[in-house]
Design a protein around this ligand. Structure first.
Ligand SMILES: Nc1ncnc2c1ncn2[C@@H]1O[C@H](COP(=O)(O)OP(=O)(O)OP(=O)(O)O)[C@@H](O)[C@H]1O
Ligand SMILES: [Mg+2]
Length: 217
């Protein structure tokens, strides 16, 4: 369970978040809509524990992350949270198979098990014929899909995805949303997606809009 209570965040003179509150239960798919600059990425960065709110609290399973130790946060980022950034950063010297299964390389998973997981994820993401390619040989949309695979192979309990369908056509957008939706249902994970894309409304169980620094239900 994730609880966001009265979160405020300011950058210099701009107050981006002015008291954001909402709760997410396991298995829910929350879509956060809002115009460009409304603070969607800022909110996801706070939930990912890489940015601290100025005021307010974020509780993960009842634990206030502002008061958690650095060791606890590291474990949380490593195992519990999966974050697909808005930008598509990958490791250029690794092919797609190794990029997708990078979290499993770090965990010491065998090559054969990584290959099996990568093949399965790539099929669902429409990347089967790309596994041997390097990031420079991939389009932005292909990299975005690969990053979603990379995050899901960790089996996170909290999945944060910034603009999952940006730069994708409708059929690939549906493919990505279906994969995310199936994953959160089968793993009972919390899924929070920041987006402009009304297609996401077909999949989300809750829809919020960020306007003027607050969440409208
Ligand atoms: N590190 C930062 N320093 C200063 N200002 C920032 C910083 N990060 C974000 N901002 C400002 O905060 C506001 C919200 O940015 P944010 O990226 O959260 O919006 P967004 O809703 O994700 O927009 P988009 O849909 O374009 O991705 C913007 O005005 C942005 O310029
Ligand atoms: Mg953004």
């Amino acid at each position: 369970m994730l609880e966001i209570l009265n979160v405020h965040k300011r950058f210099g003179s701009i107050e981006v978040l002015k008291g954001v509150s909402f709760k997410v239960k396991p298995g829910e798919f929350v879509a956060v809509f809002g115009p460009s600059g409304s603070g969607k990425t800022t909110l996801l960065n706070i939930l990912a524990t890489i940015l601290h709110p100025d005021r307010g609290e974020v509780l993960i399973d009842g634990r206030n992350i502002a008061r958690a130790s650095e060791d606890f946060l590291t474990a949380l980022r490593y195992d519990y949270i999966g974050y697909v950034y808005q930008s598509c950063k990958m490791i250029n010297s690794l092919n797609l198979l190794d990029n997708i299964t990078l979290p499993l390389i770090i965990k010491g998973e065998s090559k054969s098990s990584r290959v099996r997981i990568a093949i399965e994820l790539a099929e669902k993401l429409g990347l089967s014929d790309r596994l041997k390619n390097y990031p420079s040989q991939l389009s932005f949309g292909e990299r975005k899909r690969a990053l979603i695979g990379m995050v899901l192979c960790k089996k996170p309990k909290l999945i944060l995805v910034d603009e999952p369908t940006a730069n994708l056509d409708e059929s690939n957008s549906r493919r990505v949303l279906e994969l995310l939706d199936d994953f959160r249902q089968s793993h009972n994970s919390m899924l929070i997606v920041a987006t402009h894309d009304s297609l996401v409304k077909e999949y989300a169980t809750k829809i919020y809009t960020l306007t003027d620094g607050k969440i409208a239900h």
